[in-house]
Design a protein around this ligand. Structure first.
Ligand SMILES: NC(=O)CC[C@H](N)C(=O)O
Length: 364
C-alpha cells in the first residue's frame, strides 16, 4: 500500500496523521461521520455528500469490495474519504474491484490509518467542522462554507427518463423526480412499483413540468444547505398547489422552506443506518437510513396547515410532515435505504397508491 504520509487538518486546530490510499490529492470540505457498518459504496456514490469529507466510524472498510449494482450515482461526488483500516483484498461474489481501485479510478482523496472514532468525537464535541486533506500539516482549511452551487453541480442538466418494460399494472403512474442530487435507489423504488420516472433538473419550472403531464412529483435528496435554493420557493409552491408531492430529505426541507418554515443545522448530522423514528400517528417505531445535517425548525411549522408525522426517537427532531389540505407528504429520513434498512419503503407505496387510487385519470 501507498505509505506516503498525509494529514487531515481540522478547523478545530486538531491534526490527524494518516496515509494516502490512492493518489495524493489535496482537498477540503465539511467533515462528517457516518456510523453505518456496511454500505460504503452507497455512501461514496450518494450525491448528498458532495462537498463533504466523509469518515466511516466503522474501522474496517472495503472487505466486500465494490460491485456493479450498488452505486447510487454514475460517479462519486464526495470531496474526500477518511477510513481507519482499508481492506484492499476483498471477498464477495459480486465484487468487481477493491475500494482502492475505486478511489483511484474516481480520484477520491482518501486517507487511511486515522482513528475514525477519535475523529468522530472531535466532530461531536465541536459540531460543524471543516477539514483539509494535505501532505502539509500546516495547510489549514480555508473554506468555512460548502460551495453554494453544489446542487447545480450534481443535478442532471437534461431530462432523463426511466421506464420498466414489463408492467402488469393496468395503470402507469408517471412521477417527475426533481433532481437536487437524486439517489438511484429512489428511482428504483418507484420503478419497482410500476411507475414511469422522469428525472428533471433541479430548477425546472412548473410550466415545463406541466408539459410532461406527471401524476405526482418527488423532490429528491441533495447536498448542501437548502436555504441556498430559496430562489426556487415560488416554483415549489406552485408545484405543491397542483400535484401530489413527496419530499425526501433535501426535498422535505425545501418544501418546508417554501411553506414558511425555517431550516436550521443540527450541531452534528444524522448519518447512518440505524436512526429510530416514531410515526406519531401509529406509534410505530422504524429504524431508518439517514444522511442530513439540516432540519426543519419545529417552532416554525404552521401547525394549522401541517401535521408532524414522524419524530426522531433520539433527539425529537422532525422526521416527517403531511399537509392538512394539500396532498404533500415529506420525510427527513431515506425510505429508499441503500445503505440501511427498508422498513419505511411503504412511504413510496403509500404515495403511489394515493396516485393510483384517488389520483387523476391515468393513462393505461
Ligand atoms: N440527504 C440529503 O438530502 C441531505 C440534505 C441536506 N444537504 C442536509 O444535509 O441536511
Amino acid at each position: 500500500m501507498n505509505e506516503q504520509t498525509g494529514y487531515l487538518v481540522l478547523s478545530t486546530g486538531d491534526v490527524l496523521e494518516g496515509k494516502w490510499l490512492g493518489d495524493i490529492l489535496p482537498t477540503e470540505g465539511e467533515v462528517v461521520f457516518n456510523t453505518a457498518m456496511t454500505g460504503y459504496q452507497e455512501v461514496m456514490t450518494d450525491p448528498s455528500y458532495a462537498g463533504q469529507i466523509v469518515t466511516m466510524t466503522y474501522p474496517l472498510i472495503g472487505n466486500y469490495g465494490v460491485n456493479e449494482v450498488d452505486s447510487e450515482s454514475i460517479m462519486p461526488s464526495l470531496s474526500g474519504l477518511i477510513i481507519s483500516y482499508p481492506c484492499v483484498t476483498p471477498e464477495h461474489y459480486q465484487s468487481t474491484k477493491s475500494i482502492r481501485e475505486m478511489i483511484t479510478e474516481y480520484k477520491i482523496p482518501t486517507l487511511y490509518g486515522i482513528d475514525t472514532r477519535e475523529l468522530t468525537r472531535i466532530i461531536r464535541d465541536n459540531g460543524e467542522v471543516y477539514g483539509r486533506i494535505s501532505t502539509n500539516k500546516n495547510d489549514h482549511p480555508t473554506k468555512n462554507a460548502v460551495d453554494q452551487d453544489i446542487v447545480p453541480s450534481v443535478s442532471v442538466s437534461k431530462i432523463r427518463k426511466y421506464t420498466i418494460t414489463e408492467n402488469e399494472l393496468d395503470v402507469r403512474p408517471h412521477i417527475v423526480l426533481m433532481d437536487f442530487g437524486y439517489k438511484q435507489s429512489i428511482v428504483q423504488s418507484l420503478l419497482d412499483l410500476g411507475c414511469d420516472v422522469t428525472v428533471v433538473p433541479y430548477d425546472t419550472n412548473p410550466n415545463q413540468i406541466l408539459e410532461l403531464r406527471p401524476h405526482g412529483i418527488l423532490l429528491s435528496n441533495g447536498p448542501g444547505d437548502p436555504n441556498d435554493l430559496s430562489y426556487l420557493i415560488d416554483n415549489i409552491k406552485v408545484i405543491c398547489e397542483n400535484y401530489k408531492v413527496l419530499g425526501i430529505c433535501f426535498g422535505h426541507q425545501l418544501i418546508a422552506l417554501a411553506h414558511g418554515a425555517k431550516i436550521t443545522r443540527l450541531s452534528y448530522g444524522h448519518r447512518g443506518s440505524n436512526h429510530p423514528v416514531k410515526n406519531l400517528l401509529t406509534g410505530k417505531v422504524s429504524i431508518t437510513s439517514q444522511n442530513h445535517g439540516y432540519i426543519v425548525d419545529p417552532d416554525t411549522i404552521e401547525e394549522k396547515n401541517w401535521i408532524i408525522t414522524f419524530r426522531n426517537v433520539n433527539d425529537g427532531s422532525i422526521e416527517g410532515l403531511c399537509h392538512r389540505s394539500k396532498q404533500i407528504i415529506t420525510v427527513q429520513f431515506h425510505p429508499e435505504a441503500h445503505p440501511g434498512p427498508i422498513d419505511t419503503q411503504n412511504i413510496f407505496s403509500d404515495f403511489v397508491n394515493e396516485i393510483v387510487n384517488k389520483g387523476m385519470k391515468l393513462h393505461a
